[in-house]
Design a protein around this ligand. Structure first.
Ligand SMILES: *Cc1c(COP(=O)(O)O)cnc(C)c1O
Length: 393
């Protein structure tokens, strides 16, 4: 163990287990550890570093905003805050127009975005929420109440809300669970923490119909799948379904903490003065960072890049017979191994100079920066069979 990891163990709560590496520097899609070893970062801080490490547009925007005006509280507004809200609403596209507008509430994390959205759903006068098995929505008490994994939830019960869990992708189960008391259906268009499970065709549209039948809100948690990660601005767009609520975080700030609750149509005005708040949320530096991310994705044509490169990587990974299934869209990629060797694969990849992630004992996830180069992708695919050999998959 090097000095930083042993000091970590003494000074930090043991919520994450021992750190796999102590990292000291990043540039583009590469990071370096305390011993000077270089890695290709194919996880991007869990789908966060959209522009990689140290991108000049992001560094420039944060630096300039911090030099101009760093924080003001929500007694006041700033240009970056208003512009970011307007930009997100524009990117949500047709849905906003169809439903007559939308409004944004900024947060500092994904869990906090979901917490805010959960409170928003209470303002319908209803308390029942339907969510999916395998879903992950964060670790605060509210977000945790919506998260399916019993090991995360049970130590903290009782949790708020009347929550019904239904199998993901099963439209009939969803229809059976929603009633006239249901405030909202909350779904990830792609379940990230479950190992990148993509909504089957027609499922999100069925959720829209069921929500409408019972007057419930349809809420998409795009904390992981949003902001270009799938090759669309938001993963739900290709399903051509208009939600009432969208929650965002991870990739939005490119590494600077920021999240958002977007309410469309009637959901835009459910939260009223005094209902909710935050000190840091919508801070101008965070908003400037997010604007730099969105502008760079647009200016550099990254959506198209993500679509093309994601397909290449998925094809390359699937070519090895020890991989039984490859899933995902764009650069949110999950795969199943023939054996429960995901931990060994992550370790072997790290030794070979690649940072990847396991979601279950048999599942691997990749969520590289959207700026991942063809060369870095090719070097990983070339190393992949050797990584599986080393891990004795
Ligand atoms: C990561 C994640 C969250 C929680 O975000 P935090 O920033 O860790 O609180 C919520 N929902 C989804 C879909 C996520 O992937």
């Amino acid at each position: 163990m090097n000095d930083l990891t042993s000091r970590y163990t003494e000074a930090l709560m043991n919520t994450f287990g021992p750190p796999k590496l102590a990292l000291v520097r990043g540039k583009g899609t590469h990071v370096w550890d305390a011993d000077g070893k270089e890695y290709v970062d194919l996880l991007a801080g869990i789908a966060v570093n959209s522009l990689g490490h140290g991108h000049p547009a992001l560094v420039g925007a944060i630096t300039e905003q911090l030099q101009t005006l760093g924080h003001v509280s929500n007694f006041f507004t700033t240009g970056p805050q208003v512009e970011l809200a307007e930009t997100l609403l524009r990117l949500l596209g047709g849905g906003v127009t169809a439903q007559g507008g939308g409004k944004v509430f900024f947060t500092n994390s994904g869990a906090e975005a979901n917490e805010g959205a959960f409170k928003l759903t209470r303002r319908t006068g209803r308390t029942h929420v339907v969510v999916a098995e395998g879903g992950f929505h964060g670790r605060t008490m509210g977000a945790l109440a919506l998260t399916s994994k019993a090991a995360y939830r049970e130590p903290f019960e009782p949790l708020p809300g009347e929550v019904t869990f239904v199998p993901y992708g099963d439209a009939d189960a969803l229809a059976a669970a929603v009633t006239g008391d249901t405030a909202a259906i909350c779904l990830e268009p792609i379940q990230g923490e479950a190992g990148v499970v993509v909504a089957p065709d027609g499922y999100l549209a069925a959720a829209r119909r069921v929500a409408d039948e019972h007057g419930a809100l349809l809420w998409f948690d795009e904390v992981q799948s949003g902001i270009g990660r799938t090759g669309d601005w938001f993963a739900h767009l290709r399903h051509e379904v208009v939600p009432d609520v969208v929650t965002l975080a991870k990739g939005l700030g490119g590494g600077f903490p920021i999240g958002a609750v977007v309410g469309l149509g009637r959901a835009a005005d459910l939260l009223q003065p005094g209902n909710h708040g935050t000190t840091f949320g919508g801070n101008p530096v965070a908003c400037a960072a997010a604007l730099a991310v969105l502008r760079t994705i647009e200016a550099d044509g990254l959506l198209e890049h993500v679509r093309v490169l994601g397909e290449k990587i998925r094809d390359g990974l699937a070519a090895d017979p020890r991989v039984t299934e490859v899933r995902g869209e764009g650069l949110l990629i999950g795969l199943d191994l023939v054996s429960e060797s995901a931990a060994a694969v992550v370790q072997a990849a790290q030794e070979a100079g690649f940072i990847i992630n396991m979601t279950t004992p048999q599942r691997i996830r990749l969520a590289p920066p959207l700026v991942l180069t063809d060369d870095d992708a090719a070097s990983f695919l070339q190393a992949w069979p050797g990584i599986l050999d080393a891990a004795e998959v």
